[in-house]
Structures are given as structure tokens and as C-alpha cells.
Design a protein around this ligand. Structure first.
Ligand code: G6P
Length: 488
């Protein structure tokens, strides 16, 4: 069999655009992943022979992925929008150290300011071994990309799992045009400096291996520039948005990923969503509805959100029996003890609310902890208020999806948005949302009350403006912007 032709456009990310399941008869079923990047790439990448390099072990079902061979997968006959996919066969121990210990317990914690600093982080010999695995993981991506890329190809590397790939790939293939995109916030220099000095430098130099480094918001882009100036002493031009370091210039760009309106409207109109909507309607009756949808993620601030709801019921008894909080908190990163503890904390507070206020005919809180996308869409259609209160968030697409979907049903009247000032989305949505400090529970309580009592005309007008802002840069355009930024 001859080798597949080299690619002119490549994407690299930890999780891939397809997911697998192993059927009872042993056959491997491939499904196209949801999400904006996949739909964006399948349109933008058409005719370019785009190849997506990802890690098989990012898959939740490891049994299934072990059946996936290394090298480009044969996806003929599967709905992947014409994508070719190469899954890397990474040793599970290396993967676990790179993904759990470094990407999710170190870099994610740094960028989201999540450390409880009197006890963590601890950078010791064990950390150094974990770091070596992160480097090996990044090196494996760089080598696969170098192998797959045509002369002068454009490569867009996604997220904090792969911060070293740009510099490692440039060493192997100086002819390529390389981009990096951070879906997370970027830490301010004082916090970024928690990292050991050599590693703080390496992470920055890793990203600066790219010709273009993209962020969801101006705030994160500026924080990155500050780190480059303070930690590396690099030449930073904040007007031109460039960093010059080691003789190489990296352009910094802001590309605020928007919601995929077409996909959302179509998906949210399907029968499985209608069925779930009917079920939710029956459960809440004619009460007002506050909705939240998140991964059970430390940065999402679910516990303070529940505390704010409890304070609303305690301090404004007029809401007793008249409101329901529908909270969907889906499982995430359960290999990490902090996430398991956080999930338990969410369930504990939820139970306290139920015990304190629940009556025979009123369930004040409906909490679901298992993933169900159609049910989330049904909740968006039902919501009077959406609560999005992260401690810190690269973008937060829920804040953008809710207004779009809540306009689907005529006569629904839209949805008021309570939004953390620390979410990247606040840069575009702040004007028409009720903006909160996510640490201030009492302020969040007041914002919920204001949102519940918002004048109906005002609410609908705001929802329309929020929806328009939310779709300003759809995933296809967002992806094309990243490619255009790599034009020499
Ligand atoms: C964030 C990251 C993504 C990541 C997602 C889910 O949005 O920016 O890169 O894929 O969380 O996290 P997981 O660890 O489940 O891939």
C-alpha cells in the first residue's frame, strides 16, 4: 500500500474529531465528534486534504481505541466531513503523566488560578518525571506532523496539552507555517511564575515556535504578552501584537470562537430534544427556570452558583415554590482526586438545598450528573435565566449557545444571562448580560433576582443582541481566520 499524500493543512489536538466504540461483536464504530472545530474544519478543509493528528488515549473508552491502529485511520464510509485522521499510539503511562499530571493538574491549574497555594503546587523529582512525559508526548505529535505535512503546509496546534509542539515542530520542519491556539485563559505573570523557571520559559518558548498564537479574548492575549516580556525578556510590541524572541517573530491574534447557530438550531429542533423538553416542562410546571450546564470542573464554580441559589431562597421568600434551578454538571477528568472531591461537594450542597426547601409538590433543584447533550439543548429552550459563573474561563460557549437556542421557540421570550466577568465570552456579551464577580455569592444572588424579574421586552431585546454577538464568528470563520493568519 502506498503512503497517503502529504497534507497542506494539519490540525493537532489532544482529543480527536472522531470517537470510537467497540460493539459487542468486536467491530469498531467510528462517530464524528460534535463541536465547532470539527464542523469548521470539514468545511474549511475541503479540498485541502486536511489531516487531523490526535491522541487515541484521549478517548474515554480505552479498550476501543487500542483497536485503532497507529497511522492514518481508514475512515472511508464514516461521516467525518472528509477529514483524514491520524491517531497517535502513545504509551498509556506517558499519556497519563502528560495529560493528567502536567496538562490538567499543572498547566490547567496555572491558567485558571486554581491552586490552593499553601499546599500546592509542589515541584519535585516526581514532577520532573511527569514533565519528561509531557515533553515526549509533545515530541510524538511534532514527529507525526512533520511526517504528514507537505512542503510549506499550514499546521494549527490546539491548546495547553500541546504547548511545546510549535517549537519542536519548527526544529524538524522549518519550512512549515505553524499556528497555536489557546482555548484556556492565560495566567498573569505573577501567577505564571509559580512554574519552575526553566519550565515557565519552555512553555512560552514552545508557543513562540509558532508564527501565529491565537487566543479567545484580548485579555488572555495581553497576559501572554506580559509573560513573554516579564519571564523571557522578549521584545513585545503591544500595538502590533507581536513578540520577537530568539530571532523569530510571532504574531498574536484574538479569534473569539462563536456558537454554531446553524448546527444548534437544527440539533435543538429534533424529536429527542422535544421529548426531553416535555419531560422538563412537566417537572417544573409553570415555575420560573434558572439553568446551568457545565462539565463538573473546578473552574466552573458550580458550588458558589448553588450557594447563590440557596441564598436567593433564604433571603427572598417570594421565590419559594415559584422557581426551579435546573443544573446539569457532567462528569469530567475523574482520574484526578480534586475533580472527584468537587463532584461530591456539588452533590452535597445540592442535597442540602433539597433538604432545606423541598416540599411534596416542589423540587427546588433538579441536578443531573450524567452527560446528555439533547437534554442540555432542551434546558436551553426552557431557560428564563442562564447562570454562567466560572472563576475563569477561556471562552465559555454555553453563554453563547443559550441565547441562540432560547430564541428557537416563538413566544418563549428569550433568556436573561448572568455572566462572570472572568469568562472570555464577557468581552463580547458583557453589555447585555448581568455581569458578576464569580467569588461574590451575594452579588450572584442579587443578579439571579434581577434576571428573574427582568422586564419581558427588555429580556427579549437583550437575548436577540446576545444571540447576534454570540454567532459573530462562527466555527468555520474562526478556523479560516487561523489559517489566513498563517499566510506568509
Ligand atoms: C477544555 C479544553 C479542551 C478540552 C475540554 C474537555 O475546553 O480547552 O481542550 O478538550 O476542556 O476536557 P477533556 O480533558 O475532557 O478533554
Amino acid at each position: 500500500m502506498s503512503a497517503p499524500p502529504p497534507a497542506g493543512v494539519l490540525v493537532a489536538s489532544n482529543r480527536g474529531p472522531v470517537s470510537f466504540s467497540l460493539e459487542d461483536d468486536g467491530t469498531l464504530t467510528v462517530r464524528r465528534g460534535g463541536g465547532g472545530l470539527v464542523s469548521g474544519l470539514s468545511t474549511a478543509g475541503q479540498g485541502t486534504g486536511a489531516v487531523w493528528v490526535c491522541s487515541a488515549l484521549g478517548e474515554p473508552d480505552r479498550t476501543a481505541t487500542r483497536a485503532a491502529p497507529s497511522g492514518r485511520l481508514d475512515l472511508a464510509g464514516h461521516d467525518t466531513g472528509g477529514l483524514a485522521v491520524r491517531m497517535l499510539d502513545i504509551d498509556p503511562g506517558t499519556f497519563a503523566r502528560a495529560y493528567n499530571a502536567i496538562a490538567n493538574s499543572t498547566l490547567w491549574f496555572v491558567h485558571h488560578l486554581l491552586y490552593d497555594t499553601p499546599s500546592k503546587p509542589v515541584f519535585d523529582a516526581r514532577f520532573r518525571r511527569e514533565w519528561a512525559s509531557y515533553e515526549a508526548y509533545n515530541q510524538a505529535f511534532a514527529e507525526a506532523l512533520a511526517e504528514e505535512a507537505a512542503e510549506g503546509a499550514k499546521v494549527v496546534v490546539q491548546d495547553y496539552h500541546l504547548t511545546l509542539v510549535p517549537v519542536l515542530l519548527r526544529r524538524l520542519r522549518p519550512d512549515l507555517r505553524i499556528g497555536h491556539f489557546a482555548h484556556t485563559p492565560w495566567a498573569p505573570p505573577d501567577y505564571f511564575r509559580l512554574l519552575p523557571d526553566d519550565i515557565a520559559r519552555y512553555v512560552l518558548e514552545g508557543v513562540l515556535g509558532a508564527d501565529h498564537a491565537g487566543f479567545h479574548s484580548r485579555r488572555w492575549a495581553l497576559a501572554f504578552l506580559d509573560c513573554c516580556a516579564d519571564v523571557l525578556g522578549a521584545a513585545v510590541d503591544r500595538d502590533a501584537m507581536t513578540v520577537t524572541h530568539a530571532g523569530h517573530v510571532t504574531e498574536i491574534g484574538v479569534h473569539a470562537l462563536g456558537a454554531d447557530a446553524e448546527f444548534l438550531r437544527e440539533r435543538a429542533s429534533r424529536a429527542d430534544v422535544d421529548t426531553r423538553l416535555a419531560g422538563l416542562r412537566e417537572a417544573v410546571g409553570d415555575r420560573r427556570v434558572i439553568v446551568r450546564v457545565d462539565r463538573t470542573e473546578l473552574s466552573k464554580n458550580i458550588v458558589r452558583g448553588l450557594l447563590a441559589y440557596r441564598e436567593l431562597l433564604r433571603t427572598r421568600p417570594e421565590w419559594l415554590g415559584r422557581v426551579v434551578h435546573v443544573a446539569f454538571a457532567y462528569p469530567s477528568r475523574h482520574d484526578l482526586p480534586e475533580y472527584r472531591e468537587y463532584t461530591a461537594a456539588v452533590q452535597r450542597v445540592a442535597k442540602e438545598i433539597d433538604d432545606e426547601f423541598g416540599t411534596g409538590d416542589w423540587q427546588p433543584l433538579i441536578l443531573h450528573v450524567n452527560d446528555d447533550f439533547p437534554r442540555s439543548l432542551a434546558a436551553y429552550r426552557l431557560a428564563d435565566v442562564a447562570l454562567v459563573n466560572p472563576i475563569r474561563d477561556g471562552m465559555n460557549l454555553v453563554a453563547k449557545e443559550v441565547p441562540v437556542v432560547s430564541l428557537l421557540d416563538e413566544g418563549h421570550g428569550g433568556c436573561a444571562l448572568v455572566l462572570s466577568r472572568e469568562a472570555g465570552a464577557c468581552e463580547e456579551l458583557g453589555e447585555d448580560a448581568i455581569v458578576i464577580n464569580p467569588f461574590d455569592v451575594s452579588q450572584t444572588t442579587e443578579a439571579l433576582h434581577e434576571a428573574l424579574t427582568m422586564d419581558t421586552t427588555d429580556r427579549l431585546q437583550r437575548t436577540k443582541r446576545l444571540a447576534a454577538a454570540a454567532v459573530a464568528l462562527n466555527p468555520q470563520q474562526w478556523f479560516l481566520e487561523q489559517l489566513d493568519a498563517l499566510d506568509a
